[in-house]
Structure formats: structure tokens, C-alpha cells
Design a protein around this ligand. Structure first.
Ligand SMILES: *Cc1c(COP(=O)(O)O)cnc(C)c1O
Ligand SMILES: [Zn+2]
Length: 427
């Protein structure tokens, strides 16, 4: 296992970026001794484990992630469900739709998959403390894994754009919280500076071990599909860690012979925070960060995604593309996922909104087998859900609002309510 620069290929040690050119780093995996059938059988056998790292949907695939780490900090993560639901197939116009729910990870988002690897590696390297910038979920995950592994943690969050439940997790798990008056991009700049000036391990997705852990979303998905690639994988895109990790994972799985065909990757950005969408559709103009990103999907409210070069590579290898969706589209898709009894946080629903839009445009065929990734748990942002159902979000029509009835606690008032919802059947 070695680390090198993604851009100039120089070997790199434990610096946060390439010492030669400042580029992003990547992990170069060790060759795997086992052939594809033997690997598949090994992964399958490990699923029966009752204890230890084999229980983890990350460490079960350790040959493809980090084969030589003796004692990982694992809760364990992964093992997330793959759902089908008629109402969501109908919503997207895709009979072959499935949704993989990464919000079912221990701290409530996919971030745990990268964090178990990055925190374990930082601990093995003897880091004195770990730090990250975050719109909330990375911080919650870091705080959880650092506490679990016995490492001090510092998180930097944009004070006015972090969902309260996520902030609550960071505080409660004992991280020291810097709530800055600024954006995620400001927070990341400060965390990067602190990691250099104070020798703290930076665990944002610029950390190549985060990407290695997040690859297992793809390995576990393919395993669940008996290594039969779907036609499309659709993922919400903010800082582009997942988009980067998915392309790397799929290319590696293909090279190892675990799959014989690459699925196409579709990354979906919120229209108010879509620098990657604009880059993809206007390559000549070059990469231009968005200086004032705006979206209610706070987890993807990111104007300057660090991993854009890796993400572009992922789209090249998978013949992928980038779509953008409005907040109204995101929140209607979320309401559909919630109403199916599954639930997710706003940013997650960008995948379903994007799949529906690409289907409507004829880009995704109606018979395609499509997997949407749901990135975060419903409980991460109940505030936005309540506001949506009360029709209280400015500029959002709340097409699927389910308003609570308020009434006096009298039999007469309640009878009126029952008459409407039970007798007239509006419920
Ligand atoms: C972090 C996060 C994203 C964005 O993922 P990237 O890998 O940064 O593109 C999307 N949804 C949720 C819920 C997140 O926590
Ligand atoms: Zn370099």
C-alpha cells in the first residue's frame, strides 16, 4: 500500500497534500493474491461473522481497502439496506429502481465508511488529535469515531448552515466545536491551516483513506447484487468524495475481475451549489468555484469541492455525467422517500430527484437497473421536514405536504378531524 499524488504521481508520505505540486493524494492498492471467485467467497463467508472487523461492511472488504491494519476503530459500519419500493419506482418512472441507504450507518451517514479507515489510520500513525471541516455529518462521524477510538477531535462547522441534530452529535460525542460565521468552504480552509500549523490529522475527504473507506459503498452494493453491475448508479454530489471513491472502486473491481461491466455514474448537484455540473457541461471554461452556494440540502451546500479532478476521472472511466436539481425537486423527492416509510435527509434525495429527471429526459432508459444512493438519515434534519410539511419553506411549493391539524382538546373538535381524515378519507 502506498500513497502518491493523483496529479503528478510523486510518492507522498503522510503530508495532507502532494509535497511536490500541492495536488490531491490517492492510495495505490497492493496487488491482491486471490482471484475474483476466491475473493467473492471470502467476502461472503465473512458476512456470517458474529464479532470483530468481519462484521463491518468496510473491513469485510479490507483486501481492497487497507489490508494491514491490525486493530481498526469500527462500530461496525456498513451493512446498509438496498430497498425497492413501488411508489419510488413510479416516482422515477423506473421499474428497476433500488435505493441503497447509507443513512443506516452508525452515526447516520455514509461518512462512517471513510471515517473508520481514516481514524484507524490516524491512530495507528500516532496522531495527537484529528480535525475536520464539515456541514455536519463529517463532524458527527469524526466525533463518534474519535471518541470510540480514544482520540481528541476538533470540528469546524459553519454556524448558520449546520443542521442542529448534526451539531448535537458533535457536541455530545465530545469533540471541540468551532462554529464559524462563514461557509463550509471557509471552515475547510481553516481546518487545512490548522492541520499544517499544529500537526493535526486532517480527516476531510482530501484524506485519501476516507476515499478508500467510501469505496466499500460500491463493493457492498455489488456484493448485494451478486456482482452483477446495475446500469446506473446515481449519487448526491457536494464535496465529491463519493463520486471520486465510486469511480475508483468500480475501476478496481473491474480490474480484479469482480465485475465484467462498469455501471454508469450520475452525480447530482443542487442547482444552487453546482460548480461541478457547470464544469462538466462547459469544460472549456475550466473549473470555477461557486462563491455563494445556496441550497436547503445543507450537506451539499459546497461551492469549492476539493475532489473535482478525481471526480472528473470517475465520470470518464464510467462514461458518467453530472445533473443538477432544484431544491423543490430535492424536497419533493425526499417527501416521496419519506412517505414510503424509508426516510432520508434532504441532500440524499438529490439522487432520486436526479434519477427522475434523467429518466424524464430520456438519458436513463425506462428498463435500466438503477441504484440511487441515499447518503444520510431522516433524523439528521427533521427541522426541514417539519417546515416542508407545514408549507413554511420560502420558494418551495411543498407539493406533498402532510400538515398536522391543530385543534382544541375537545371531543367536538376531534370529531371534526376524524370526520375529515377517516370518514371522508383524506388520510
Ligand atoms: C457529505 C454528504 C454528501 C456529499 O457527499 P460528497 O462525497 O462530499 O459529494 C451528501 N449527502 C450527505 C447526507 C452528506 O453527509
Ligand atoms: Zn503532485
Amino acid at each position: 500500500m502506498s500513497i502518491r499524488c493523483f496529479e503528478c504521481q510523486s510518492p507522498a508520505g503522510d503530508a495532507p497534500v502532494c509535497p511536490a505540486c500541492g495536488g490531491l493524494l490517492e492510495v495505490v492498492p497492493d496487488p491482491v493474491d486471490l482471484d475474483a471467485p476466491a475473493l467473492k467467497e471470502l467476502f461472503r463467508q465473512r458476512r456470517f461473522a458474529q464479532h470483530g472487523p468481519d462484521r463491518s461492511g468496510v473491513w469485510r472488504y479490507r483486501e481492497l481497502v487497507h489490508p494491514r491494519l491490525a486493530e481498526p476503530v469500527t462500530r461496525p459500519e456498513g451493512n446498509t439496506n438496498l430497498y425497492r419500493h413501488d411508489s419510488l419506482s413510479a416516482y422515477a418512472g423506473l421499474a428497476g429502481l433500488q435505493l441503497k441507504h447509507e443513512g443506516e450507518n452508525p452515526s447516520g451517514s455514509f461518512k462512517d465508511r471513510g471515517m473508520t479507515v481514516a481514524v484507524s489510520e490516524a491512530k495507528a500513525q500516532g496522531a495527537r488529535a484529528v480535525i475536520c471541516a464539515s456541514t455536519g455529518n463529517t463532524a458527527a462521524s469524526l466525533a463518534s469515531y474519535a471518541a470510540f477510538g480514544g482520540l481528541p477531535a476538533i470540528v469546524v462547522v459553519p454556524r448558520d448552515h449546520t443542521a442542529p441534530s448534526k451539531l448535537a452529535q458533535s457536541m455530545a460525542f465530545g469533540a471541540r466545536v468551532a462554529a464559524v460565521r462563514g461557509s463550509f468552504d471557509d471552515a475547510l480552509r481553516l481546518a487545512e491551516q490548522a492541520s499544517r500549523s499544529h500537526g493535526l490529522a486532517l480527516l476531510n475527504s482530501v484524506n485519501p483513506w476516507r476515499i478508500e473507506g467510501q469505496k466499500t459503498i460500491m463493493f457492498e452494493l455489488l456484493d448485494q447484487l451478486d456482482w452483477q453491475s446495475p446500469d446506473w448508479i446515481v449519487v448526491p454530489a457536494g464535496n465529491l468524495g463519493n463520486t471520486s471513491a465510486f469511480g475508483k472502486a468500480l475501476a478496481e473491481a473491474k480490474a480484479l475481475g469482480l465485475i465484467d461491466r462498469l455501471p454508469r455514474l450520475a452525480s447530482v448537484q443542487a442547482a444552487g451549489a453546482a460548480p461541478f455540473y457547470r464544469l462538466f457541461h462547459n469544460r472549456e471554461a475550466g473549473y470555477q468555484p461557486e462563491t455563494s452556494p445556496e441550497t436547503l440540502a445543507s450537506a451539499i451546500r459546497i461551492g469549492d469541492p476539493r475532489s473535482w479532478k478525481k471526480a472528473l476521472f470517475s465520470l470518464e472511466v464510467t462514461d458518467g455525467l453530472v445533473e443538477q436539481v432544484s431544491d423543490a425537486e430535492i424536497l419533493d423527492a425526499k417527501a416521496a422517500i419519506d412517505a414510503a416509510g424509508i426516510g432520508c435527509e434532504p441532500a440524499s434525495a438529490a439522487s432520486l430527484a436526479g434519477a427522475a429527471k434523467l429518466r424524464a429526459a430520456g438519458v436513463i432508459d425506462e428498463h435500466a437497473r438503477v441504484v440511487c444512493i441515499l447518503t444520510g438519515n431522516f433524523m439528521k434534519d427533521s427541522k426541514t421536514a417539519v417546515a416542508y410539511h407545514q408549507g413554511a419553506l420560502e420558494g418551495i411549493p411543498s407539493k406533498r405536504a402532510n400538515r398536522p391539524y391543530e385543534m382544541d382538546a375537545t371531543t367536538t373538535a376531534f370529531a371534526g378531524f376524524l370526520d375529515e381524515v377517516v370518514v371522508q378519507g383524506t388520510a
